[in-house]
Design a protein around this ligand. Structure first.
Ligand SMILES: *Cc1c(COP(=O)(O)O)cnc(C)c1O
Length: 388
């Protein structure tokens, strides 16, 4: 069977895939059906936090799958409750709602903020302010939150009550607040899909202050930046602020679908029975996987993430064909002289799998990528970027 042809025939045409079919892998090495090996500098899209088929992760998943794989949320399970406890203890957040994806984690944060605002400030206080160039997901509501018009065009009308402002433009927020009731502000600390662009510390601090003064909910979308990727457990921790809600997914369960919305002090009791729900959310196998991932993201692991991040930054800064290096931790963006898509395509030939984000090359290696493997990938990326 020709995989590429069958995919074209039977899979909805939403994905422009690279011509690579992955059969298996181990750690940071992927193998295609012809036996060719690739260094994994993408991890899905920042999902396989400890690489492919990692021994500890596999054991945690297999153990739980052998006990009970699903119960629904009508009953208690240990992995779900323990994971929520671990997330709260390590962030200072108070309660967790589990779902299955980043978009759903954001939906929950938006629902929590809307319910809080309606209760505190009345039914006209519902606007959620996001940033231009942001990405918050593909559901109709998280598309409305996504501040990039080209995602919207085919699907109007989107969920109403969303406005977007430029990153850095605190004045625009204040002006908007004169016209509409603002329930929440939602940001990524580093815009991942938007091109690996960090938002400034001053702006984030300004948003925190404004939200506190106006009793608006500050939601930080950590779907891409979370779970050790930034060099801290969550990127907001490197910004020195405390959000009112944090959404995360991608790397949380190391390769299984799990979303989490962490609710801070203000939102701890916002939801009552029946206010929200999910059939699969908090699935015990996914939660067991996440427990294994989170318990390994400790001080020494985070220090090694920061070390590898510094190494990558130092290697790429000023290298031929690379104009700018952006990002946080092991989420690295390269503005290249040649088009990013061209570079990523050539790197497939060289046995390195990378991502793009808008016009940039995006690198998200496993948090535990061996230094030697990372060095090999960095060399090949530099060589391809340097070609004219
Ligand atoms: C990927 C991503 C999402 C959407 O996550 P899904 O799991 O695809 O729904 C939301 N926000 C950010 C910042 C993301 O990077």
């Amino acid at each position: 069977m020709d995989l590429f042809e069958a995919d074209k025939q039977y899979i909805a045409g939403t994905y422009k895939r690279f011509p690579v079919a992955i059969a298996s892998g181990r750690g940071s090495i992927l193998t295609d059906y012809a036996g060719k090996e690739y260094i994994d500098m993408g991890c899905g899209i920042g999902v396989t936090s400890f690489g492919i088929a990692d021994e500890e992760w596999r054991q945690a998943v297999a153990d739980q799958a052998g006990k009970v794989q699903h119960t629904s949320n009508l009953y208690y399970t240990e992995p779900c409750v323990r994971l929520a406890g671990m997330l709260c203890e390590r962030t200072g957040m108070k309660k967790v709602f589990f779902s299955n994806s980043g978009a759903e984690a954001n939906e929950c944060a938006i629902k929590a903020a809307r319910k809080y605002a309606a209760g505190k400030h009345g039914p006209d206080c519902y606007t959620v302010v996001t940033l231009n160039n942001s990405f918050h997901g593909r559901t109709l509501t998280t598309l409305a939150a996504t501040g990039q018009a080209h995602y919207h065009e085919l699907y109007r009308p989107l969920t109403p009550g969303f406005e977007s402002i430029d990153a850095g433009d605190l004045a625009a927020l204040k002006k908007l607040a004169e016209k509409v009731g603002i329930a929440a502000v939602m940001i990524e600390c580093v815009q991942g899909e938007g091109g690996v662009l960090p938002v400034s510390r001053e702006f984030v601090a300004g948003l925190r202050e404004w939200c506190t003064e106006n009793d608006a909910i500050l939601i930080v979308d950590e779907v891409q930046t979370g779970n050790g990727r930034s060099g801290e457990l969550y990127a907001y921790m490197t910004y020195g602020i405390v959000p009112d809600a944090v959404s995360t997914a991608k790397g949380l369960a190391g390769g299984l679908p799990l979303g989490a919305t962490l609710l801070g002090d203000k939102l701890r009791d916002v939801f009552g029975f029946g206010d929200h729900g999910s059939t699969f959310g908090g699935n015990p196998v996914c939660c067991a996987a996440a427990l294994s991932v989170l318990s390994r993201i400790d001080g020494p692991l985070l220090a090694s993430v920061r070390e590898k991040a510094a190494y990558m930054r130092e290697q790429f800064t000023g290298a031929p064909g690379i104009e700018e290096v952006t990002g946080i931790g092991l989420l690295v963006g390269l503005k290249t002289v040649r088009p990013a898509a061209e570079i990523v395509t050539e790197l497939i030939g060289e046995g390195v799998l990378c991502l793009t984000a808008k016009d940039r090359v995006r690198l998200m290696p496993a948090l535990n990528i061996p230094s030697g493997v990372l060095a090999r990938a960095v060399e090949k990326i530099k060589t391809v970027c340097a070609k004219i």
